[in-house]
Design a protein around this ligand. Structure first.
Ligand code: FAD
Ligand code: MLT
Ligand code: ZN
Length: 483
């Protein structure tokens, strides 16, 4: 892709306009009138250091009015804009491609209100996920989303990507939990739909377009979200299993035995656990080695009741030999270290140099076949091996098993066109044949721009483009990405 020449190049006058508007030195990173390359680096490169933009200006507004004025100006001048939250996205959507202005939400970080009775939190888009959860915790509630990047991602970014994460199995997706939004359209219009109503069937539910819209329609400036009651009794178990067939059975049995207290069911294959161990030096929870591991979490209101259920479940899966070995966390520290074996894979996945990540929805019975087939593919094409002349070190699979969401990761020593060619479009074709999704929860960004057609029909793509044209006729919002 080439830079779109319809977009204006930034001038010193533009920069001055923004400086006057934001009126705060630290709110503008100006690489237009001076050299600010070191400071711009962090805004231009993504979490994986795989995508790199060339932004020369970063704006950090502190109010919705400022966002509105920035966008109205950009729209009039045809300046392209890249919304950015915590910059933890995994598909290259959060960094510019060329010289788009980065509009970073980090200074919009206030909790606006929390209703103790309903559990409804209203907060600025730039609030860090972990801080939102800690705020909810003070009132006895829990944020309905949790993920490994919680310490840096923002709730606006979470909503913009419709992030799924570790609690979706229990609390459902943001499409259900987000009750309202405040957003700014490219022409500066403020859309105040910050509803706190649980039910509201008055015509099209337009906020849904922003949820998972990946910053292509406007900027989310605030979110209203319903938080469920925080469970006082939480248990975590980590199991080793001999086959994927056993994992499927364990999932089925966990639903049957644990039913309403089951709050997570996560899958990790042995390769993913080795990767985690290699990267962190941590000791794995079980002595023996098994091809598959899973992590089960229960959350309930009565620890005696939950323990009784959990014990009955454990007895059943062990005696039926569905599970080969397992451990249940005895205290908070152990609980965290079991969770780390799952949450830490993301960070560990680049340990050998780099990683090709695929985030897929696949019907459960076939979910792991892709990992096995992919591994075979790299063995037979000679690209994978123990010595450094092979680009591929390992092919691993893990993910949100309870949501039929597989993360296929190809851990590489270096990025290599031959590896990419062996993977794409092969992975996407494989998923399409099973009516799966090429993006379960991470979004499309730049990474999957070319491949949307594997999961969406011509008709749906046309409708998406028409919607984009209505909201953003000049196409200034997050250009070059999937739409
Ligand atoms: P960014 O990365 O800054 O942006 C993501 C996208 O949203 C970009 O397209 C950006 O333009 C847009 N955007 C950001 N803020 C706004 C806004 N206010 N208005 C409009 N558009 C905006 N994802 C999951 O679904 N489940 C997981 O379990 C999960 N685990 C992760 C673990 C790790 C360690 C990491 C690094 C990432 C993980 N992710 C996961 C990826 C996930 O998409 C992000 O972590 C998170 O949702 C993005 O939030 P962010 O604030 O960092 O957004
Ligand atoms: C996860 O579930 O760990 C994430 O979605 C992030 C990843 O796949 O790296
Ligand atoms: Zn995930």
């Amino acid at each position: 892709i080439k830079r779109n020449s319809k977009f204006k190049e930034l001038s010193a006058d533009d920069v001055q306009y923004f400086k006057d508007l934001l009126g705060n030195e630290s709110a503008v990173v100006d690489g237009v009138t001076k050299d600010a390359s070191a400071e711009l680096e962090g805004f231009n490169s993504d979490w994986m250091r795989k995508y790199r933009g060339q932004a020369r200006l970063v704006l950090k507004p502190s109010s919705t009015e400022q966002v509105s004025k920035i966008l109205a100006y950009c729209n009039k001048k045809l300046l392209a804009v890249n919304p950015q939250g915590g910059n933890t996205g995994l598909v290259g959507g959060s960094v510019p491609v060329y010289d788009e202005i980065v509009l970073n939400l980090s200074r919009m970080n206030k909790i606006r209100s929390f209703d103790d009775v309903s559990g409804i939190l209203v907060a600025d888009a730039g609030v860090i996920l972990q801080q939102a959860d800690e705020h909810a915790a003070k009132h006895g509630y829990i944020f309905p989303l949790d993920l490994g990047a919680k310490g840096s991602c923002q709730i606006g970014g979470n909503v913009a990507t419709n992030a799924g994460g570790l609690r979706l199995l229990r609390y459902g997706s943001l499409h259900g939990n987000v009750l309202g939004l405040e957003a700014v359209l490219p022409d500066g219009t403020i859309v105040d739909d910050l509803s706190t109503l649980r039910k509201n069937n008055t015509g099209y539910d337009l906020k849904q377009l922003f949820i998972g819209g990946e910053g292509t329609l406007g900027i989310i400036t605030a979110v209203s979200i319903i938080c469920p009651q925080r469970s006082p009794a939480v248990n975590v178990a980590y199991f080793g299993l001999e086959s994927y067939e056993n994992v499927l059975q364990a999932f089925k049995e966990s639903k049957k035995h644990l039913s309403e207290i089951l709050s997570a069911f996560e899958l990790m294959d042995v390769g993913s656990q080795h990767l985690y161990r290699n990267a962190t030096g941590a000791k794995l929870p079980l002595e023996g080695e098994y091809p598959f591991y899973c992590l089960i979490e229960t959350s309930g209101s009565n620890s005696d009741h939950d323990s009784e259920k959990l014990n009955a479940f454990l007895e059943h899966v062990m005696s039926e030999e569905i599970v080969a070995d397992g451990v249940v966390a005895q205290d908070e520290t152990q609980l965290q270290s079991l969770w780390a074996c799952r949450e830490g894979i993301s960070e560990a996945s680049q340990h050998w140099g780099g990683v090709y990540k695929y985030d897929l929805s696949i019907p459960l019975p076939e979910l792991y076949d892709l990992v096995a087939e992919c591994r075979e593919r790299f063995k037979s094409n000679g690209l994978m091996g123990e010595t450094d002349d092979h680009p591929v070190k390992d092919v691993v699979g893990y993910g949100h098993m309870g949501d039929s969401n597989l993360h296929l990761n190809v851990a590489v020593r270096r990025y290599d066109k031959a590896v990419e060619k062996a993977l794409e479009p092969w992975v996407y074709e494989w998923v399409q044949k099973r009516q799966g999704s090429i993006s379960a929860e991470h979004g499309l960004g730049l990474a999957k721009k070319e491949y949307v057609g594997y999961s969406r029909s011509e008709t749906m793509l046309r409708l998406m483009k028409q919607i984009k044209d209505v909201y953003d006729p000049n196409g200034i919002m997050n250009p070059y990405k999937y739409i």
